[in-house]
Design a protein around this ligand. Structure first.
Ligand SMILES: *Cc1c(COP(=O)(O)O)cnc(C)c1O
Length: 360
């Protein structure tokens, strides 16, 4: 498919942009352009791929997404390399997961090549939007929603795919070396048979009240337990978890359909195995977590996801008190594996897995 490119008539002046890029924060600053591709079943699928000035879009008030939440998204980053080039980390994995989410939400799949092309086109016009701050990257947000004006309940016949870019610094506001997390007891994120494995906005909507509870309790993030037994650890609102044991084993909750299959999670499994660690995808309970933290059997807990990369969990709080993991600060393996991953992403460590795609 041909992409039409419409350059922004009045892009952000370079002095204003450069000032913003020195302190981009997370999720509030956006590049000049965006991608749109439309879908209409009656027209035979995807059409009108274009890159144009970023701005508001018009939607019919009856657009299905506004009523029944037919929506999916991805989250990925483009990294400035040491030599000034630009690279993506496992973008085919994001393209594939986007389509898995689409299938679960009864939405049309987007050809993977079109997904990847959209990224290349946006970066081609917005390549001056990389943050200058250390640890900065260009966060990419591909998403798709049902745009058909129809109030009946069935999969829509019209959709819009879009891609926007947001220069990003550190994800956690506090920039804290280790985070404190809150155990949700009254709420679950996903149930068996539900949409937990799909990257869909509704999962996040369901996590906002428990996340607000976590903040009110002085925590950074919420951790969810399984919906059936309320016992097994699943994940944070937007990050997967790893538990590092004293005996050289590492446990991470298995992908049973209620957990989002993180690409960072998958990459860490490979990197940890390369370190000679015995990584096991198996259920781990909240009681075991507390017990192992107390006995010293558990050395570290790390949370991982594209936005925050690899983040140490220092303290866990819940309605029956709190416990500390290790010294409460960043653990050795967490720091080491974070450096490995970031090094591969930035091109300073050899990519032995074929994970990095150079854009130029
Ligand atoms: C996106 C996401 C993750 C992390 O996935 P990555 O591919 O590693 O960024 C974890 N949990 C949830 C709920 C997510 O939406």
């Amino acid at each position: 498919m041909q992409f039409e490119t419409l350059a922004h008539p009045a892009p952000v002046p370079s002095a204003t942009r450069d000032e913003a890029l020195a302190n981009p924060g997370f999720g509030t600053l956006f590049s000049d352009h965006m991608v749109e591709i439309d879908y209409d079943e009656a027209k035979g699928g995807w059409f009108a791929a274009r890159v144009g000035p970023r701005g508001p879009i018009t939607l019919d008030p009856a657009a299905a997404v506004l009523h029944y939440a037919q929506e999916i998204f991805e989250g990925m980053k483009a990294y400035k390399q040491q030599d000034g080039g630009i690279a993506l980390f496992r973008p085919e994995a994001n393209a594939a997961r986007f389509n898995k989410s689409a299938v679960r939400m009864a939405m049309p799949e987007l050809p993977e090549e079109l997904f990847l092309e959209s990224i290349r086109h946006l970066i081609a016009v917005d390549r001056d939007w990389f943050p200058t701050v250390k640890g900065g990257s260009l966060y990419l947000r591909p998403f798709m929603f049902a745009s058909e004006a129809f109030l009946g309940v069935r999969p829509a016949k019209q959709y819009k795919y879009m891609l926007i870019a947001s220069p990003a610094g550190n994800y956690f506001k506090s920039g804290a070396p280790a985070v404190k997390i809150w155990v949700a007891r009254d709420y679950v994120r996903a149930a068996p048979g539900g949409t937990g494995a799909a990257k869909t906005g509704g999962n996040y909507a369901a996590s906002l009240v428990p996340q607000a509870e976590a903040i009110a309790q002085g925590c950074d993030q919420v951790v969810f337990l399984d919906a059936v037994e309320r016992k097994w650890i699943e994940e944070l609102g937007g990050m997967n978890l790893f538990f590092v044991m004293e005996d050289g084993s590492v446990v991470t909750p298995p992908l049973t359909g209620t957990i989002l299959p993180g690409i960072t999670r998958d990459s860490l499994i490979a990197l940890l195995r390369e370190e000679g660690l015995d990584v096991r995808e198996e259920p781990y309970s909240i009681d075991q977590w507390r017990e192992d933290a107390a006995s010293g059997r558990l050395l570290e807990t790390m949370a991982c996801g594209t936005a925050a990369v690899v983040t140490p969990v220092g303290t866990v709080a819940g309605r029956d008190g709190e416990f500390t993991i290790g010294s409460g600060g960043p653990g050795q393996l967490t720091s080491k594996i974070r450096e490995r991953l970031v090094g591969i992403q930035l091109g300073t460590i050899e990519d032995r897995h074929g994970w990095v795609t150079r854009l130029d």
